[in-house]
Structure formats: structure tokens, C-alpha cells
Ligand binder design. Structure first.
Ligand code: HEM
Length: 371
């Protein structure tokens, strides 16, 4: 059973390869003061350290509730579990006296022109991104955390997702899986094996205007983006490929080559081969200087049920990480505003969070440098 080390400079679940299932659970913090917040973060650290490494729950006197939900039996395996803890802008308010410590770019998510945000699926004090090989492991971890944090944490909204797992290979450092529009997703992600690149694009630290404690953290953006799949499945293949700027079957750029070849926009200034408003061309025009706007996408596909009109409620649980929220997601999303893909998608929820730096060893806890 695969386990990811819990302790380290950064939290797991960001550069960690995506396992088959993931969920984002956004909570409100019920603790009223800084001591309560510290108690919460210490309990979260202790629970995540246990859950991600696995072990056996103690037996209790039957006149008490059992130590655990029991849904995985008395002994739990790591199952590639990661739990990644991030804080929303609302934590940096008068409740905890942390206003001066707010990461520079952290803010409440505002709506973009194509959004139809539902208040019950937006924002919150604290996000838990829980990922594992199997769905039961994520559910078990969530129930353990809820059981251990009474009076400190209350779930506000959650979204679950899945992704087909692709075996890593030396040629494809960031294996791509298909999303529910049938395209390979993840192809052009920055290489997570490149430490220097991750230090500049993903981990907050170099910016002297960021508070010192934030070093080694990252900005997390979550968006629940509904896909109108019935409409999409009736759109011509040529239109679908023009919308993304890639071939559906192979994932290759329209300018030629294979999936991991760079798209060529230099010989195509008027967009005859790759339309100027193709998703990938807007998201990354590959012009000099744009490298600093690259983001790390780590999404899951979701399928929730059925809308009142009989349409399937499914889409992308879009999760991205970046060292700088403005240079990353916000810049890229502004460039995507009005893209032809919008006819087939509708963002309905999400939020902006700051992923805490890692807990370095067993004496450390998540958020120590903040508090
Ligand atoms: C690339 C799908 C939303 C940013 C791609 C690709 C696909 C895709 C198929 C090409 C393969 C790849 O490189 O991964 C989708 C779908 C979305 C969505 C289905 C919504 C349901 C977004 C959003 C953003 C974004 C909201 C950021 C604001 C990017 C970036 C690339 C990309 C940066 C890589 C471009 C490059 O470097 O060539 N997306 N995407 N996407 N997408 Fe999206």
C-alpha cells in the first residue's frame, strides 16, 4: 500500500501524482480565538499524520463510542492518502487577530463574467483536499477529522471527483487523463520533477512582500465547473478541437506533432491553424515573459446526479496551485473570459485559499509559523 510521507517543507497533494479519487471539503472554523485555532491545527496535523501513514485504532470500552467509524476495519492502510490544508481569506479577520499575517494575494473569490456562483458552494475558512486510491479512504479520513474536531470545524460544502489513473512514464512526467469532455487534461502542466521550476511557479517564498511564514506554501484555487455534456456530445468534432486547440484522440496540438510537443503559434499569427481564441492559446500564448503565469492544474472529474430538467450534473472539480494568485489563476482566467468553451461550461462554486507550508517533523504542526 502506497504511502506519501507527511512531514516535509511542503504539504503533500500538490506535486503528488493524482490518485483515482479526490474531494475538496470546505469548512468554517468554529473556534473563537487564536488558542482555539491552534488547537484545531494541532489536531488536524495529528490526524493527518496518522491517517496518511496508517495504523490500528485503539479498542474502547463499549460504553463509549468506538474510536473510529470502522468503515475500513480496525486497521487502516495508507492507500496513497493525502490531506492538504489551506486557509481562506476570512480566517485573517478580527476573530484570530491575524489581519497583518494575510498572504499578499489572498482574497475572497469574485465572480467572472461566465460564472453562476451558488453561495452554498463558495468560499469558507478552511479547505481540505483529500485524495486517495479509493473513495472509501477519502470518506474515512473525512469522518475521522470531523469526529476529532467537535466545536472547532463545521463542513460548509464539499465536492467529490475521480480521475482515470495514468501510469507515469519517463517521457511524460505529468501524465494526462481524460476529462468529461473527452480531451486529455494535464498535458502542458509544468514539470513537477523540476525543483527550481516548482520553487518559482508553485511555492510562495521569493516575493519579499509576502509574510515570512508563508514561505513554502502555495495559493490554491478551487472551481466547480459544470460541463454541459449533452450539448457537447452533439457538437462537431472539428468545433470541439478548435475550441481546445488540440486533437481529441491524441491530445496533439493542432499545429502538429504528438501530445507533448509544443504548439507552434509563431508561424500562425492569424490563427488559421490554432484559433486565436482556442483554450490552450488563450491560457498560455507562449510569448516571451508569459512563463511566470503558468499554473499547476490538478483537477478531478465530478458527476453529481441529475438537474431538474433531466440534464446530467457533471463537470470538472478544477484545482490549481501557484506561487502567486494574481500572476497565476487570475491572469489566466481573465484571458479565458469570453472563450468559445464558455458555451459548454458554467462555473458554479469554489474559492481561493492559501495552502499552509508543510509540518517539518513530528514536533511541528501545520500553521505553526503563522501562529
Ligand atoms: C489546458 C480543459 C478550465 C487553464 C487545457 C487542455 C484541456 C483543458 C483539454 C489541454 C491539455 C492540457 O494541457 O492539459 C479544460 C476544461 C476546463 C478548463 C474542460 C473547464 C471545464 C480551465 C481554467 C483554467 C485553465 C478555468 C485557468 C483559469 C489551462 C491552462 C492550460 C489548459 C493554463 C495549458 C495551456 C498550455 O500551457 O498550453 N485545459 N480547462 N483551464 N487549461 Fe484548461
Amino acid at each position: 500500500q502506497q504511502s506519501h510521507p507527511f512531514h516535509g517543507r511542503h504539504q503533500q497533494g500538490i506535486l503528488t501524482p493524482r490518485p483515482a479519487t479526490g474531494m475538496v471539503v470546505v469548512c468554517d472554523v468554529l473556534a473563537r480565538d487564536r488558542a482555539g485555532l491552534e488547537r484545531l491545527l494541532r489536531i488536524l496535523t495529528e490526524r493527518i499524520a496518522f491517517l496518511t501513514q496508517g495504523g490500528t485504532y485503539p479498542k474502547r470500552d463499549p460504553s463509549y463510542p468506538p474510536a473510529d467509524s470502522g468503515i475500513l476495519g480496525p486497521t487502516i492502510a495508507p492507500d496513497a492518502l493525502t490531506v492538504t490544508v489551506s486557509l481562506g481569506a476570512s480566517v485573517f479577520d478580527e476573530r484570530f487577530g491575524l489581519a497583518d499575517a494575510k498572504p499578499k494575494h489572498l482574497q475572497r473569490m469574485t465572480g467572472f463574467p461566465n460564472d453562476a456562483l451558488e453561495p452554498t458552494r463558495c468560499h469558507g475558512d478552511l479547505s481540505l483536499q483529500i485524495c486517495a486510491n479509493t473513495h472509501d479512504t477519502t470518506i474515512h479520513a473525512l469522518r475521522d477529522i470531523i469526529k476529532q474536531t467537535p466545536g472547532l470545524l463545521m463542513v460548509r460544502w464539499k465536492q467529490e471527483g475521480t480521475v482515470p489513473v495514468m501510469p507515469p512514464s519517463p517521457d511524460t512526467p505529468t501524465p494526462s487523463a481524460r476529462n468529461y469532455l473527452g480531451f486529455r487534461d494535464g498535458t502542458a502542466n509544468p514539470n513537477t520533477d523540476d525543483d527550481a521550476l516548482m520553487d518559482s511557479l508553485i511555492w510562495t517564498g521569493d516575493d519579499p512582500d509576502e509574510p515570512n511564514w508563508a514561505r513554502g506554501g502555495s495559493y490554491q484555487v478551487v472551481r466547480i465547473i459544470r460541463n454541459f455534456v449533452e450539448r457537447w456530445d452533439r457538437a462537431q468534432l472539428a468545433e470541439q478541437e478548435a475550441i481546445f486547440g488540440r486533437r481529441k484522440e491524441s491530445g496533439a496540438p493542432l499545429s502538429g506533432g504528438s501530445e507533448y510537443d509544443k504548439p507552434n503559434y509563431n508561424d500562425d499569427a492569424d490563427g488559421k491553424i490554432t484559433p486565436l481564441d482556442a483554450h490552450i492559446r488563450l491560457a498560455n500564448p507562449r510569448t516571451p515573459g508569459f512563463e511566470k503565469h503558468r499554473i499547476l492544474r490538478r483537477p478531478f472529474n465530478y458527476s453529481n446526479g441529475v438537474e431538474a430538467n433531466g440534464q446530467l450534473d457533471m463537470g470538472l472539480l478544477f484545482i490549481v496551485y501557484q506561487a502567486d494568485l494574481e500572476a497565476g489563476f487570475i491572469t489566466v482566467q481573465k484571458r479565458l473570459n469570453g472563450e468559445p468553451l464558455e458555451e459548454y461550461i458554467k462555473p458554479v462554486g469554489g474559492g481561493y485559499f492559501f495552502t499552509l507550508p508543510g509540518a517539518i517533523d513530528e514536533h511541528d504542526f501545520l500553521g505553526r509559523t503563522l501562529l
